[in-house]
Design a binder for this molecule. Sequence first.
Ligand code: ATP
Ligand code: MG
Length: 369
Amino acid sequence: MSGTDSAVADYLIIESLSKEFDGFLALDNASLTVRKGEIFALLGGSGSGKSTLLRCLAGFEKPSSGKILLDGQRLGDLPPYERPTNMMFQSYALFPHMTVEQNVAFGLKQERMPKTLIRKRVNEMLDLVQLGRLAKRKPHQLSGGQQQRVALARSLAKGPKLLLLDEPMGALDRKLRSQMQLELVSIIETSGVTCVMVTHDQEEAMTMATRIALMDQGRIRQIGTPDEIYEQPTSRFAAEFVGSINLIEGVIEQDEPGFVSIRSDVLPVLVHIGHGISGFEGQEVAFALRPEKMRISKCEPEQPHNKAKGVIEDIAYFGSHSVFHVRLPSGYKLLVNFTNQQRWASEDFTWNDQVWLFWKNDDGVVLTV
Ligand SMILES: Nc1ncnc2c1ncn2[C@@H]1O[C@H](COP(=O)(O)OP(=O)(O)OP(=O)(O)O)[C@@H](O)[C@H]1O
Ligand SMILES: [Mg+2]
């Protein structure tokens, strides 16, 4: 890798970062790297340490140990205003008495940039967020989404190397959220800025981020693309945090290099896995299978493994698809997705139907932690 490549790949380096508050570890030895131009999401439940990590990047919090490097520069003890970073707050913190353009110009004026340059930069920013025609309005004359775009324009005006967003959609209602998620991504990508965002909303992280760090109790549990986190969770925690999933507890019965079988008390037959795993015979594991990987039929499938018979106990309708809750004789309930397009005339399903659920060798993931 050449020097330039590594500067792009390791644009932001966070190394063994910890933050302690009165003996409580809010951030526990977190390490990650962010590439230039990435939108990187910190995802986790309440109190998992997301904001603490973000505030350490912004300089509002001083880490107890560890280091942060941005574009080769150690941020160390630099105060927030001396860092090449900018944080956009959930409430946007717009100045109510200033117009849109005055809000965007604020930071540039403080830097004593010449007036003509300020005007040029503000216009560029307002074009970027498509608010040129509202330049003379005050924040209270704007919708929530427009206010957010002003805040973003203001954050980007000084050309920060790193944009920090804490729950950027927190103040918006659900419908506006999904629209703004895509708009925000497009603005961030156009500006080319590198971004670290915090969210507790897995859908938001999946929609917006190039990569995600999943956090729990101050620790980073998994880092990956949205796809990797969803398809290849490495722990029960990750599997359950993102999307819904069936977790079937069992024991490894056979452990070959290219094949593994699992025996579970809740299933009538063995689970067969078409690849090796790092485990050992007799080890307790969880087999994780997404509801959309499971198939359903009224006829018994021919395959001798990877199947279970049960009764449809509940049906949750979501418009484009339904989720069936199928109770097995063991009492265990499996979730299966049924896309409404899949409805074929001969097989329709309703409450109390006896059904077979089945899946392929490589549809699930074996979790050892
Ligand atoms: N200034 C502080 N003093 C003491 N404890 C703090 C302080 N700031 C955060 N904490 C604690 O650190 C932990 C992590 O807090 P943090 O704000 O990083 O969580 P979060 O993941 O952003 O959660 P949320 O989704 O609720 O915003 C929490 O248990 C919190 O109570
Ligand atoms: Mg927070």
